[in-house]
Design a protein around this ligand. Structure first.
Ligand code: GUN
Length: 281
């Protein structure tokens, strides 16, 4: 038997089409400012994809590309300008930043109401309290994908591999708030395979090619692959041994075409929400 492949690309396209109508109903198009520092090729691809998503949704996208030698003060000055700019609804600073920059200070400088990534400590705190201003994009995309396929986390055992601030930690919280029982695993977890085998819903966000093999997956599990790795052949792949795991799981996400497009669709949703919030002020 082979698992249902969860089509994030198709669902993201549906979400963006619906958003296009909602954006058109606002008094002006929402505006997202994207800040990219340096010339990391992967970041440049992410930013280009976000620009395409904005175009598809009728969101205006302002690109701010800064050289890799940009100072902390220069970057903070740009964020201050964007915070004050009445025409800007959302601000995204593409991570990772060059090593000489203090990412934490940069994220804290973004006005929480414009923080469509939901990375600002105030927004992280609101999420922890169960009163989110914006949902973090990747976790929200995963929950939307589960919902689309009729998978309710309530009462399920979810195992999340990875404890990053962007994915693992906020996803664990959202799943908990959706009444799942959640285990978070990481590089120091003894016997990862044993933990993974307990999962009704297994999410891997470790960034390690081939980490999740079929023997680590309980029959009939739902397997979500968040990672974006380059395989030995140079092709994009996740953490999960897709071919073998698909023979064991009931549902599985592909890489690419699974979580990635859903993350970007949720960014568009947050940008719309930011514009809506400012319009109704
Ligand atoms: N780099 C990798 N993922 C993300 C993301 O979701 N937001 C930002 N700003 N940078 C990233």
């Amino acid at each position: 038997m082979s698992a249902v492949v969860m089509d994030g690309k198709a669902l993201a396209a549906e979400i963006k089409q619906a958003l296009r109508k909602r954006c058109a109903a606002l008094s002006r198009p929402p505006r997202l400012a994207v800040v990219l520092v340096g010339d990391d090729p992967a970041s440049a691809v992410y930013v280009r994809n976000k620009e395409q998503d904005c175009a598809q949704c009728g969101i205006s996208c302002a690109d701010h590309r800064l050289p890799s030698g940009t100072s902390q003060a220069e970057l903070l000055a740009l964020i201050d300008t964007l915070n004050r700019d009445e025409a800007v609804d959302g601000i995204l600073v593409q991570m990772p930043l060059p090593a000489h920059l203090d990412a934490g200070q940069v994220l804290r400088a973004i006005a929480p109401a414009k923080d469509v990534d939901a990375f600002h400590p105030e927004n992280v705190g609101l999420l922890h309290l169960g009163q989110p201003r914006y949902l973090p994009c990747t976790p929200a995309g995963i929950l939307a994908l589960l919902k689309k396929y009729g998978i309710d986390p309530a009462g399920k055992h979810c195992v999340v591999v990875g404890r990053s601030n962007i994915v693992g930690k906020p996803l664990a919280l959202l799943l908990l708030q959706a009444d799942a029982t959640v285990t978070v695993c990481h590089s120091k977890t003894p016997d990862l395979a044993d933990q993974c085998r307990r999962a009704d819903i297994l999410v891997s966000a470790a960034g390690q090619v081939g980490l999740i093999t079929a023997d680590m997956v309980r029959p009939h599990a739902v397997v979500i692959d968040v990672a974006m790795n380059r395989g030995a052949d140079g092709r994009l792949c996740g953490d999960v041994d897709f071919g073998a795991v698909a023979q064991r799981a009931d549902y599985i996400t592909p890489v690419p075409g699974g979580v990635g497009p859903m993350t970007r669709a949720m960014l568009m949703e947050n940008t719309y929400q930011a514009a809506l919030g400012r319009e109704s002020r």
